[in-house]
Design a protein around this ligand. Structure first.
Ligand SMILES: C[S@@+](CC[C@H](N)C(=O)[O-])C[C@H]1O[C@@H](n2cnc3c(N)ncnc32)[C@H](O)[C@@H]1O
Length: 270
């Protein structure tokens, strides 16, 4: 699949909100001293470096297909604690590292791989005995932020290109599906979901914090296609207004509820 162009600095805004599910996910991974830890769709690096902090004795590998994200990650990794690998997580061969991973993490990345469900059994299979697979995906593709994006795209003159490039309402499965697939792969499984009542921009410094948020992630395919200023404005002017109505400012800030789905699978063995 073609790689979306990322802007690491834009993604890094709201880093606290984006990092929290990663920490919640990892809190359920009980590997005491793994030798090899892999972060698939690792992004711009800070969370992967957190894995190196947690397991200082482990070899840590971050895999991503975005050269922009990886170069931001390498810049952050001043001590060279992580091996950064440019690859597509859908095609990446877990045996390519010469040893079986004890932990495979993929946080907020599998939703970018259409039809990712068949990959799950392969990740569990690739683990060392006693290993852990931990994934988190957003469960908000039917939320106004995404629904409105699809609606505005469908009404745009370049709808024929925009609509297929956007995440579909069914980009991720329901928690029970992840639970069943990972159980069928022979692992002990823990699946849950959380809706974070995220408060964006409590200080009132941004006109459109939800637009800022999606500009760092889900809106990337639109921005990549609409490079002409007028065409882009034609999209953004409508989308911005509709986002403002869907996510009004409150005295607390702009409340942006965000559902996330988590699954942790523990492979039997040592
Ligand atoms: C929302 S960011 C998440 C980054 C990081 N895991 C985090 O939690 O902050 C999604 C990342 O997945 C990467 N990605 C998307 N599809 C991918 C694929 N098919 N193969 C490898 N990386 C992919 C993107 O390049 C991006 O860095």
């Amino acid at each position: 699949m073609a790689s979306t162009r990322w802007e690491p600095a834009q993604y890094a805004r709201f880093a606290d909100h984006r990092g929290r599910p990663f920490h919640d996910l990892l809190s359920r991974v009980a590997s005491p001293s793994p030798s090899l830890v892999v972060d698939l769709g690792c992004g711009n690096g800070p969370l992967t470096l957190g894995l190196a902090d947690r397991w200082p004795g482990a070899r840590i590998v971050g895999v991503d297909h975005s050269s922009e994200m990886l170069s931001a990650a390498r810049e952050l990794d001043t001590e060279g604690r992580v091996e950064w690998v440019e690859a597509d997580q859908a095609e990446w061969d877990p045996t390519s590292l010469g040893e079986r991973p004890d932990v495979i993490v993929t946080n907020a990345a599998l939703q970018w791989v259409p039809g990712h469900l068949p990959l799950l059994a392969g990740f569990v299979d690739a683990l060392a005995d006693g290993g852990w697979f931990a994934m988190q995906v957003p469960g908000n593709f039917q939320a106004p932020s995404h629904r409105l994006m699809r609606e505005v795209a469908a009404a745009h003159p370049r709808a024929a290109e925009l609509s297929p490039a956007l995440a579909r309402a069914d980009a991720v499965a329901e928690p029970g599906t992840y639970l069943q697939l990972l159980t069928a792969a022979g692992a002990g499984v823990d699946v849950w979901e959380t809706t974070y009542a995220q408060v964006l921009d409590p200080a009132g410094e941004q006109e459109d914090p939800v637009l800022e948020w999606v500009t760092g992630t889900g809106l990337r395919p639109v921005l990549e296609l609409l490079t002409d200023e007028a065409e882009r404005a034609q999209f953004l002017d409508v989308y911005r207004e509709r986002l403002r109505a869907a996510y009004p400012r409150t005295p607390a800030g702009v409340i942006f509820p965000f559902r996330r789905i988590f699954a942790v699978a523990h492979k039997a063995g040592a």
